[in-house]
Design a binder for this molecule. Structure first.
Ligand SMILES: Cc1cc2nc3c(=O)[nH]c(=O)nc-3n(C[C@H](O)[C@H](O)[C@H](O)COP(=O)(O)OP(=O)(O)OC[C@H]3O[C@@H](n4cnc5c(N)ncnc54)[C@H](O)[C@@H]3O)c2cc1C
Length: 514
């Protein structure tokens, strides 16, 4: 007889799962336990080059309170049912809302969406996991609070809890999101509620002010992990500065990226440029202005000549540098002089400010993001190829010019072996540099999908062999990336897992941990 479920958790019989579903329904109500194929479709659609069947959820359940989550983990322990937690569920290009493994139950917290506190003096917020950036943005506007968010490019539809749990980034001076996290409430696998750091004292009012508390600092172990379910999340907000001056600097040769990073690093470390400096290759932004089919006929990756033509047709740089200055007018003027002197020295840089470009979409969306605003134009990346396939490759290096060209050359070699384009950017942090590639491919084309899988696998293998570890990856490659960090880290992660979640009910497989 055919099962009434589209998937079952590994090792769980239909009879046991039936009993678990019945208990979930008693806790959450009939309407908030989804098991039908059409209800689960939004939780199954990934952009990864693997069959959706590998990531099909057995159910999706929606909780709104901490007490419900405590009961859910109780049921999961009883029936050995694994749950995959999402907050706003927009982890696009990293696995979306789908579970890491077939049959896991998605615990969807998007309805748990209260803004619990915003302190305008101390500039922090405490939110539930389902709160979106759009919700907070609207809240600040409504209450006339001069506070800024730092958002990832999907801005409006994503949220601070999920983004920070996967250690995501934004584009303001608060863009390293976990650095600005302060205080979490976590439901553990045994149902206990942990409030981290100062949250341990019942009368403390410093939970969102002082990160470290006393004793080991625990917040980190709940990010990119499967040790708990975060139910409250505190983080710091930037006071709106009197002036923000975003700028773009265009360069016309691929080799110039070495010089750009050498100039950018000291300006970042000294704080002259307080937000992460993005150095976007033309192909990362091309779809905002051009169609791939106008430059490439037939299969294979785009040629360097075609890229040069595209850049000249659309007045882009081969490299497009974005950053911003923040502060009073006097501070910004002084820093602008420092920036233009430094980048202007070699005579290769073309400076553009908002006044120069009007409503140019390329600079326009970056400028909005550097103010923590809502702008989804980066999704144009998916018009470049079409077909909806995307995997983010995100190796980390030192912030040195000498780290750029060799990485780009290697990435281009691997991508072109598989007929894919180099859609990349470098992001200069404080001492680190993220090399971000969106490996876009046509997921409706089975051959290209196969090639994309192989290509991503080779990118991880070849980059990690040179010491470039990925800071984050999609659910199809978590195990492979975890391997690259060596046996001792894996073993400690496993031992922590056994101690905190002996039945392995929380997101088995996340970051390769089970
Ligand atoms: C065009 C495009 C541009 C992008 N740009 C950026 C960018 O600039 N910066 C960036 O960081 N990302 C970027 N992304 C990736 C992604 O869309 C964002 O990181 C997004 O914020 C993640 O989705 P979310 O916030 O809904 O988190 P979720 O999907 O809710 O959560 C992400 C992961 O965190 C864990 N998690 C979530 N909630 C909890 C919880 N309550 N307890 C424990 N663990 C939990 C789970 O493992 C989950 O899979 C981009 C994606 C696209 C398509």
């Amino acid at each position: 007889m055919a099962s009434k479920y589209i998937a079952l958790p590994k090792g769980v019989s239909e009879k046991s799962f039936d009993a678990a579903v019945k208990e979930f329904r008693r806790v959450l109500g009939e309407a908030h336990v989804l098991v039908k194929a059409e209800q689960l479709a939004p939780y199954t659609k990934t952009m990864m080059p693997v069959p959706d069947a590998d990531h099909t959820a057995s159910a999706a359940i929606m909780a709104t309170t901490v007490e419900q989550i405590q009961k859910i983990v109780g049921i999961c322990n009883k029936y050995k049912v694994p749950i995959w937690t999402i907050s706003t569920g927009k982890n696009l290009g990293y696995g979306s809302a789908a579970p890491a493994e077939r049959g896991q139950v998605v615990l969807d917290l998007h309805r748990m969406n209260r803004i619990l506190e915003v302190d305008g003096d101390l500039c922090y917020a405490l939110v539930e996991p389902g709160v979106t950036y759009r919700q907070l943005y609207d809240y600040f506007q409504e209450h006339k609070l001069p506070l800024w968010l730092s958002v990832p490019a999907p801005s409006a539809i994503a949220g601070p809890t999920g983004n920070t749990m996967d250690r995501g980034v934004g584009y303001t001076p608060y863009g390293e999101h976990f650095l600005n996290a302060c205080g979490m409430e976590v439901v553990l696998a045994n149902g206990e509620i942990l409030r981290t750091a100062m949250g341990g004292l019942s009368k403390s009012n410093t939970w969102q002010c002082f990160k470290w508390g006393y004793g080991p600092y625990l917040d980190g172990i709940f990010t990119q992990s499967n040790y708990g379910i975060v139910t409250k999340f505190g983080f710091w907000l930037q006071p709106a500065p009197p002036v923000c001056k975003p700028f773009q600097i265009q360069y016309q040769n691929e080799a110039d990226v070495e010089e750009i990073v050498e100039i950018m690093r000291p300006l970042r470390i000294s704080g002259v440029i307080p937000n992460s400096g993005v150095i976007a290759h033309a192909l990362y932004e091309a779809a905002l202005k051009a169609k791939r089919s106008d430059y490439v006929k037939g299969p294979g990756s785009i040629s360097d000549d075609a890229v040069r033509q595209l850049v000249s047709d659309h007045k882009m740089g081969i490299w497009n540098v974005y950053a911003a200055l923040y502060g009073t007018k006097e501070q910004v003027d002084v820093n602008w002089k420092i920036v233009t002197d430094a980048f202007g020295k070699s005579g290769k840089a073309k400076f553009l400010t908002e006044e120069d470009v009007g409503d140019d979409p390329q600079f326009g969306y970056r400028a909005v993001l550097m103010r923590g605003g809502m702008d989804m134009r980066e999704f144009s990346l998916y018009n470049w190829r079409g077909g909806g396939g995307s995997l983010w490759f995100a190796p980390v290096s030192q912030a040195r010019g000498s780290e750029t060209l060799k990485q780009m050359k290697l990435a281009k070699q691997i991508l072109s072996r598989h007929g894919l384009d180099y859609t990349g950017e470098f992001i200069v942090g404080l001492r680190d540099m993220h090399h971000i590639l969106d490996m876009v491919y046509d997921r409706t084309d089975p051959e290209m999908t196969k090639a994309a899988y192989q290509c991503f696998d080779e990118l991880i293998t070849e980059f990690s062999a040179l010491g470039y570890g990925s800071y984050r990856t999609n659910t199809a490659f978590m195990n492979k990336v975890a391997e690259t960090y060596g046996p001792v880290q894996r073993s400690i992660n496993r031992r922590l897992k056994k101690a905190l979640d002996p039945n392995g009910i929380l997101a088995p497989g996340k970051s390769g941990i089970r």
